[in-house]
Design a protein around this ligand. Structure first.
Ligand SMILES: N[C@@H](CCC[C@H](N)C(=O)O)C(=O)O
Length: 284
């Protein structure tokens, strides 16, 4: 039987099983099925997926994220803050500001440390990608998808699509408590117009710097929070004239709040917490 040391961490309730690949070895062919197994709440550890903290040739560390269905994502906002906490607290990095490699590029993390523990992390998530071909979504490649009519099951909606290195689609709702997260979410996640699938977000605008947010994540379903999704919601809200550019926006997720700014220079800055739940050994 194989065994694996792990750390379970969460960012606003979006939990993953973190594996330190500086010390562990897992064959590439097992990663997807292992993510499914460890995520299972009954027969595994229970999480929204698995995140690998890996050596990198271009940064101090590389993050790989697997959803609970075993699919590999290209980015994860809550995961980045947890990886930043892990590598700082485990001495893999010594400076409070450092780069993390992801499958969608390099991002920069700045940790806030109190009594040796990381309490909050700001990540410069880079620039949102707005062309249809970059989401990706079928249709005219160079066009943006902003307040575009979108029909599902005979019902008409309006969508805005944003890539934060991974695909997001935003639906505005009048009341977040009745948002059709578990009904519309899974239908849109696998809609053919999004050839790589999509993370589906529901947003209620409170005012020009505050949003309510719920999510159906590609590959994981309902989660308490999605960092890249919250960044995408802020971008969508600026594009739709609902919130201001270059101003801090508070995004209220099911698991707590993120503070996000789409800066004048074009990058997205996200600040929020990262927490360690437990460590252990998993047998497989
Ligand atoms: N929870 C994440 C996003 C995880 C990946 C996503 N489900 C995908 O497949 O793109 C976040 O905090 O950003």
């Amino acid at each position: 039987m194989n065994q694996l040391s792990f750390t379970k961490m969460h960012g606003l309730g979006n939990s993953y099983i973190y594996v330190n690949m500086f010390e562990e070895t897992i064959p590439e062919s097992l990663l997807s099925s292992l993510a499914v197994k460890v995520s299972n709440v009954n027969t595994g550890i229970g999480a929204d997926g698995m995140i690998l903290i890996c050596p990198s040739n271009i940064a101090p560390v590389k993050m790989r994220i697997f959803n609970s269905d075993g699919s590999e994502g290209k980015n994860c906002g809550n995961g980045l803050r947890c990886v930043a906490k892990y590598v700082y607290e485990h001495g893999i990095v010594q400076e409070p500001s450092f780069f993390i490699e992801t499958l969608s590029g390099l991002v920069k993390a700045d940790v806030t440390v109190e009594n040796g523990a990381v309490t909050s992390v700001t990540v410069d998530m880079g620039k949102p990608r707005l062309k249809r071909s970059q989401i990706p979504m079928v249709g005219p490649e160079a066009e943006q998808v902003v307040a575009e009519p979108f029909e599902v099951d005979g019902q008409r909606y309006e969508i805005t699509a944003v890539s934060m290195g991974n695909p997001h689609v935003i639906f505005y709702v009048d009341d977040i408590t009745t948002a059709p997260v578990t009904t519309l979410g899974p239908m849109v996640e696998k809609d053919k117009r999004f050839p790589e699938g999509v993370n589906v977000e529901f947003v209620e605008v409170i005012n020009d710097h505050e949003l309510h947010f719920r999510v159906w994540e590609r590959g994981s379903g309902v989660t308490q929070a999605c960092g890249t999704g919250a960044c995408a919601a802020v971008v969508a809200s600026v594009l739709n004239g609902k919130t201001a550019r270059d101003k801090e926006t508070i995004v209220h997720l099911a698991g707590g709040d993120l503070i996000i700014t789409w800066t004048e220079e074009g990058n997205i800055r996200m600040t929020g917490p990262a927490e360690t739940i437990c460590t252990g050994v998993y047998y497989y």
